[in-house]
Design a protein around this ligand. Sequence first.
Ligand code: SF4
Ligand code: SF4
Length: 77
Amino acid sequence: MWVTIMPEWKNYELDFTITIDYEKCHACLPCVENCPTKVLEIDEEIEKAVPIRIEDCNECCACVLVCPEDAIKHSSC
Ligand code: SF4
Ligand code: SF4
């Protein structure tokens, strides 16, 4: 399967973006476990984190801070 290495998701209502470096992400879970609004999940097929509920993101920056690989970039953090 072809996977974009640096996919970006945008919340158009709040005007921010989340980018995850898929060369660094290895589905280790801290971002999923520490997101207070359950935005992130691991896509089992590609074994990467995906912000599937970006509309619920409150821009707290926890995912950026806990990722051990520095894989997540959030335009508000
Ligand atoms: S914490 Fe970082 S490396 Fe781990 S699943 Fe989340 S984005 Fe990927
Ligand atoms: S910034 Fe906060 S609310 Fe948004 S995805 Fe990351 S941990 Fe979840």
